[in-house]
Each structure stands twice: as structure tokens, then as C-alpha cells.
Design a protein around this ligand. Sequence first.
Ligand SMILES: CC(C)(COP(=O)(O)OP(=O)(O)OC[C@H]1O[C@@H](n2cnc3c(N)ncnc32)[C@H](O)[C@@H]1OP(=O)(O)O)[C@@H](O)C(=O)NCCC(=O)NCCS
Length: 395
Amino acid sequence: MEIRQIAATERTDTMFPLQTYAFRPSPGADADRETYAQRMQYYRTAVSLIAEEGGRTLAGVGAFPMRQNVRDVVHDMAGVASVTTDPSARRRGFVRALVGRLLHEMHDRGCTVSALYPFRPSFYGRFGFVGLPRFRTATFAPEGLSGLLRADLPGEVERLAMREGFDDFDALTLRLLGERHGFSVFDEVRTAEFRESPARWVAIARVDGEVVGAVAYRIDDFGGDLVADDLLVTGPLGRALLLQFFARHVDQVARIVMKVGADDVPELWGTDLAVLTEGRVAFPNRGGPMARLLSMEALTGTATSATGAVTVEVADDEFIGGRYRLAGEGGRLIVEQCKDEPAATLTCSGISALAYGVLDPVEVVTRGFGQVDAAAIGPLTALFPRRMPYMFADF
Ligand SMILES: CC(C)(COP(=O)(O)OP(=O)(O)OC[C@H]1O[C@@H](n2cnc3c(N)ncnc32)[C@H](O)[C@@H]1OP(=O)(O)O)[C@@H](O)C(=O)NCCC(=O)NCCS
């Protein structure tokens, strides 16, 4: 078996047959191949690796160059996707070898974190990834927001076709990249596809001309559902403006179905708001994202109010294995390699869980991601308080 990096234009002949078989209803139409080939213009900056045997492509993986906010530091991120093996070649270690090679390639290109959506988290747990929360869905009738109809809010909402509102929408996502923990975005090449596809409305909330919120949505029918993507807001006023706009659909749609973050509390959006907030995780196609660190030093600058220091050892990881002194100083974390005795020994998943704010040190131990001395639990909790990430980008 040989591994080869290919250009985006080669993906249609090599990776498309694997991907369409793995992820799409099949056999598919010939037109699917054309559509895929057209879309490859948006994959020019993706890194694509294939495994070949006797001239046949048997497995493929890809990574998008992305960026992600981890506790207020924006990292270069490898967004791993397109992971597939032909059924005839499964369980022969092809994807294990490809993902290993891919992470090295992305690390060499400067990526300090990586994320993906797993078909089965335990598979990627072996590569040091740890689970992040999946988005929730809030479902409610617009009547529940009627209290907002009378609110005199200092701003306005404009509805546009996405291709018209895209520049404002995109600018807001870039602003949120700097402000929201876990938020991730594609590069410009990949992002360009979303201007046209899929077809959606976008509601843009402004206060004094400044964009304070945006939500992409579609309406499936008169009397049906208004299906909204992520509610992207810079604060409560942006949210109130967008919800007020949705409240005006009271005689048009029966329900609003909207993506929300794991720490959103929709029942507090209105006094009489009856709402179902659901988080459904299932495999292989409804997993929460996973993420891992590819650099410890890149955590320097991470926001923390702690002032203590802890030495940790990251065990058995080719990218971040080693001993580090983690210290909080002036609201920021400082990470340096050291030779001190560690007060905690963590796997990559363990330290990644702390950095991403999804587990606290006791949970890291109970989940089997390492050992932490009793005296280090307090300082580690202070350095990495729980803080739920919101990933946004879906790939
Ligand atoms: C998932 C898939 C990519 C795995 O590819 P593969 O080439 O068979 O994987 P590998 O042989 O490299 O397996 C690596 C390890 O994971 C294990 N593994 C493979 N499939 C697994 C599964 N479904 N669940 C748990 N472990 C699994 C293997 O046993 C192997 O363990 P080992 O290193 O201890 O021997 C392949 O089955 C596939 O294409 N599935 C359909 C598409 C899909 O789900 N893609 C993933 C999208 S995130």
C-alpha cells in the first residue's frame, strides 16, 4: 500500500467513488459525479491523501485548513474529513496510517489543534481526540415569543437571500471566531461555496449599522417549519432582535426549529415560551465533534484567571508528549517545557479535554484519561475551568 497526496482535481477519480459509497444513498446518479467535480474548486486548499494498491485507490482522508478559538486564542486547525476505506480493504489499517500521516502533514503546516466529526468516537480516541458537545435543537411555536413583539428594541433586522447577505454573515462569523470559545471557520476558499449553496435566507440584525446577529434559515412550507441554522449573535440584543423577527412569523409557520449551543437556555428567552430543547447523539451520523491539541506551547496566551502553576506530563503522544509547566500569570496561561516532577500524567485526550473546557480534572481521571495528584486538582481546575465550546463549522 502506498500513500500519496493528491490535488483537489484528482479527488473526483479517486476519493469520490469511496465517499459516495460510504456516505450517500447508492447507486447514485451520474450527475452526482459532475456536481462533486464542480465542488472541488472549493477544496483547492484542502490536503487530500489516498492509499493505493496495484493502482487502485482503496482509502482516502482529507483535512481543511481552518481556524478555531480555544479559550480566546485563535489557533490554526486541521478539520479532518472525507475519511473512507473501500469495504474490500477495511480493517487493514489503511485509515489508521492515513490519519496518522495527515495529522503530521497538518502539524508541519502549523496547525496547533485538530477537530472532526466521528463516525465512532472510540476510533478517534486512539488518535488523542476527545468529545465536544453536539449542538442542541430548540423547537417551539412562534406564539411563545409573542412577548417580544411589543418590545421596542434599538435596532433592525433585514432579510436577504444568503448570496446577498453573505459578506455580512461571513464577517460576523470572523468576528465570533475571535470572541466565542470553540468557534471555528473554514478558510476563504472553502467558505466561498456557502455563498450559493445550500439556498437559504439570512436574517441580519443591526444596531446603529453594526451587525450584532445573523441566522440562516429556510421555511419548509406555509403552516410548516421555519428551520434555522446557528443563532449567531454578539450578545443578548442581537438574539432578541432575531427572535423578535422570528416571532413575526406567528401566522406563517407552526414551529421554529433552531440550532443552539450546549449552554443556551431557550426557556429563558420568553415568559410563556414552551420549548423542547433536544441534544440527540447517535452514530455513525449524529456524533458530537471531537478535538485535540497538536501543540502544548500554543496554549500560551489562553485566558485564565488562575495564578497558580502545575507541572503535567502528557504521555504517549507524538505531537505533544512531554513535561510542561502550566502557569497562570496576568490573566493568561504560560506553557513551558520543563523537567520537574509532574503532579498529573495525562493522555492527549485528557489535556485536550481540559483545554477545551469539556471535562474537569476529576472527570479526566474517571474517564481514564490520566492520573492527577489530589493536590493538583484545585490548581488544574482553576487553570482550566469548565467552559462549553461551540464549534459552529460542520464538515
Ligand atoms: C471507518 C472506516 C473509515 C475505517 O477504515 P479502516 O481502513 O477499516 O480502518 P483501520 O483498518 O485503519 O482501523 C484502525 C483501527 O480502528 C479499528 N476500527 C476500524 N473500524 C472500527 C469501528 N467501526 N469501530 C471501532 N474500531 C474500528 C480497527 O480495528 C483498527 O484497530 P487496530 O489498529 O487496533 O487494529 C471504514 O470502515 C469506512 O470507510 N466506513 C464507512 C465511512 C465512515 O464511517 N467513515 C468515517 C467518517 S468519520
